[in-house]
Design a protein around this ligand. Sequence first.
Ligand code: ADP
Ligand code: MG
Length: 265
Amino acid sequence: MKIVAIANQKGGVAKTTTAINLAASLAEAGHRVLVIDMDPQGNASTGFGIGLDQRQLTVYDLLLGDVSAEAAVVETETERVWLIPATTELSSSDVQLFNVNKRSFLLKDSLAATGLKAQRFDFVLIDCPPSLNLLTVNALVAADSVLIPLQSEFFALEGLSQLMLTIREIRQTANPALRVEGILLTMHDQRNNLAQQVESDARDTLGDLVYQTVIPRNVRLSEAPSYAMPAISYDSTSKGAMAYRAFAQEFLRNNNNLQKVEADG
Ligand code: ADP
Ligand code: MG
């Protein structure tokens, strides 16, 4: 089970869109995926059609230690995708958990408890909130790697250095094994000079960390959540759906190579 946090403290860079459509694409390729909605706005939950009536148990209960992770898992309409939902309650967790001992380890400890393993997920994707708060820190402490969506616009790279600093701090303190999974350029407009500039700057400075696959701006990706489904299902052959499928293949190739390297010693 590989745990990937999808993080960027900037809002609107396609964290949730990536969580939803990467999950759906990995599931389509035969993998069992758990999405954890760590954003009080609950957009990933809504995007998978999990209504408020299905959010009796949420990430919030899990962080407070009131319930086990496996008890909070709900099934989605997408085959092989499960989800732990969020509600606005989660926004008070910074205050609620302030005095809790080891408060950065709450998610990690909850996921490590034995019950979840029985459900045999291949991937756990954590959709982070748009900030570097205690929720994001919990995600980074629990994760094996961080996937960073980057919107192809001016200042994108400045925001990234702040996130990289946080990742370094987490490595030095709570999670030495944390890796950067990769950087995904999102909402890319190929005809826009600025977008092209951001892409070439990103590839120059970040090299192999930047995925070859680039997600284009595509209206189907923004429409899909209002139909409570991934774009992969809503319009299976749209440019956006195809791009996320291609991205999932690249993501899987990277992970297979990794497993090979580890097996070869
Ligand atoms: P975040 O989770 O980082 O805040 P979202 O995934 O919610 O970002 O995306 C922000 C907005 O942009 C949403 O309305 C989403 O539907 C839209 N969006 C995301 N990716 C694309 C894309 N490639 N093309 C068009 N709209 C997109
Ligand atoms: Mg979001």
